[in-house]
Ligand binder design. Structure first.
Ligand code: SF4
Length: 147
């Protein structure tokens, strides 16, 4: 087990910053800011790497959530992205609008034990957006080859 994981007792749950209404009412941008890298690593490290990961079991796509949380905590963004998108054609969408409170996050084992869920959706969004910013996402040419 990576020493970077299982931090849920010491590290409290933290979502990305919610923008103030004064600025939100002036544009159509997102309500929540993006995680910065250190925060994504920190929040991912709260995962207890469950032997029976209820987050994954309750994901309609069976996303391999424990693995990409661990890879994010270790700073291995490319691998985290590859695993995330291997079961999901649109992680950038699911990270934003999937009902995580009733699926992965709602069934997270540390949520059930009263520690507050791992912020899975926000980490998923971070992984995808950051991978794309770094040019790690699939290009149109890649998709043509897949067809
Ligand atoms: S259920 Fe929660 S703590 Fe367990 S592997 Fe999934 S995200 Fe990690």
């Amino acid at each position: 087990m990576s020493k970077k994981m299982l931090k849920f007792v010491d590290v409290h749950q933290e979502t990305p910053v919610k923008r103030q209404t004064d600025s939100r009412k002036r544009d159509f941008n997102e309500i929540y800011d993006q995680y910065i890298t250190d925060k994504a690593k920190e929040q991912s490290s709260r995962c207890s790497q469950c032997g029976v990961p209820f987050c994954q079991i309750h994901c309609p796509l069976q996303n391999n959530i424990p693995d990409w949380l661990k890879l994010t905590a270790e700073g291995r963004l490319k691998e985290a992205y590859e695993i995330s998108q291997s079961t999901n054609n649109m992680p950038e969408v699911c990270g934003r609008i999937c009902p995580q409170d009733r699926l992965c996050e709602g069934n997270c084992v540390i949520e059930q034990s009263g520690h507050g869920t791992v912020t899975i959706g926000s980490v998923e969004k971070y992984i995808t957006d950051t991978a794309w910013e770094k040019g790690l996402g699939k290009t149109t040419e890649d998709f043509k080859r897949i067809k």
